[in-house]
Design a protein around this ligand. Structure first.
Ligand code: GLN
Length: 202
């Protein structure tokens, strides 16, 4: 089974590590380049993207991670992780750096103050469309949404109803997967299994 790193500078590292193990991978917290060198894929967790951006610099991980992503390292970003992977970010700090590995424009804290956090059931292409599969419970916490996608980016999930109906909340471009929501907190490991399969097939 593949070794999948979890960027462990900040955010919900433990939950992703546990979900990856449940999904059949070896999980390795990544704080230094020697650890990054050992992984077949990487998860960038939820947390706070401008803080994570700063810490990537402090830990001298920014350039090595960008290099590995350019070489095709499979990556999965959840919430702040989605923001980190995106090519364009709206409503962030001017000095926040990001990884530019996914051709999407993401709006940070997009769902607004009134609905900072919410949950919904949604359909996820490649997962909930399998025979007999249930919809997926999605937990959003000060989440971004994907405002627009480039060519070659597949939309895998949108918000089904309510004021944000139709907003894009899961995307994939080749080896890079991102969700606005937090599958690591629900006990449903299907997104992690989907990513483990991506890594195994890469
Ligand atoms: N709002 C956070 C950010 O801008 C993301 C929130 C999360 O990861 N749960 O980075």
């Amino acid at each position: 089974s593949p070794t999948i790193g979890v960027l462990a500078l900040q955010g919900d590292v433990r939950e992703h590590t546990a979900a990856l193990v449940e999904a059949g991978a070896h999980a390795l917290p990544v704080r230094r380049v020697s650890e990054l060198d050992r992984v077949d894929g990487i998860v960038i967790p939820g947390g706070e993207s401008t803080t994570m951006s700063k810490l990537l610099g402090v830990f001298d991980l920014y350039d090595p991670l960008v290099d590995r992503l350019r070489d095709g390292l499979p990556a999965y970003g959840s919430c702040a992780g989605m923001i980190m992977l995106a090519s364009t970010i709206l409503d962030t700090r001017a000095d926040a750096r990001h990884l530019d590995a996914l051709d999407v424009t993401v709006r940070r804290n997009a769902f607004g103050r009134q609905v900072e956090s919410f949950e919904t059931d949604l359909q996820f292409a490649g997962i909930t469309d399998l025979p007999g599969a249930d919809p997926m419970r999605a937990v959003f916490i000060r989440a971004p949404w994907v405002e627009s996608v480039g060519a070659g980016v597949d939309v895998l999930a949108t918000v089904p109803d309510g004021p944000a109906a139709g907003r894009v909340v899961a995307v994939r471009q080749r080896n890079v997967l991102a969700t606005s929501f937090h599958p690591e907190v629900t006990g449903d490991h299907r997104v992690h299994r989907f990513f483990v399969d991506m890594v195994a097939g890469a």
